[in-house]
Design a protein around this ligand. Sequence first.
Ligand code: MN
Length: 147
Amino acid sequence: MTLVAYQKKREFKKTSEPKGVIKKTGLSRFVVQKHQARNLHYDFRLEAEGVLKSWAVPKGVPEEAGIKRLAIQVEDHPVDYINFSGVIPKGEYGAGTVGIWDKGKWNLIEGDLGSGSLKFNLMGKKLKGEYVLVRFKDKNNWLIYKL
Ligand code: MN
């Protein structure tokens, strides 16, 4: 795990996003941040291995079964990002507003990120129940859907 890609993209004198460190908290949290950047999207993040594994989900994580959404994996974010909301200034990476859309705990049911296929539980306010993330071959593109 590394935060090098995350830190390289940002100037921490200009953005209030956390610089962050790899931090194993022993917790298994998730967050969905609504990010009104140039294009509105939702950032889905799972706490794992001391970072937040992260995906940009253009249409949002579905609250109902039967809807499959594209989720583009992006750079690992620091665990402290889980509480971030605010404005990323104009001209900075991801410029726009970030708000917490949902958060809670998650747990693995089966599979793992490395293999590109996992089933897990989300215990949030809006997102509850069993979900699947599955990666397309050789790409950062995944599908996320509720079972
Ligand atoms: Mn984003």
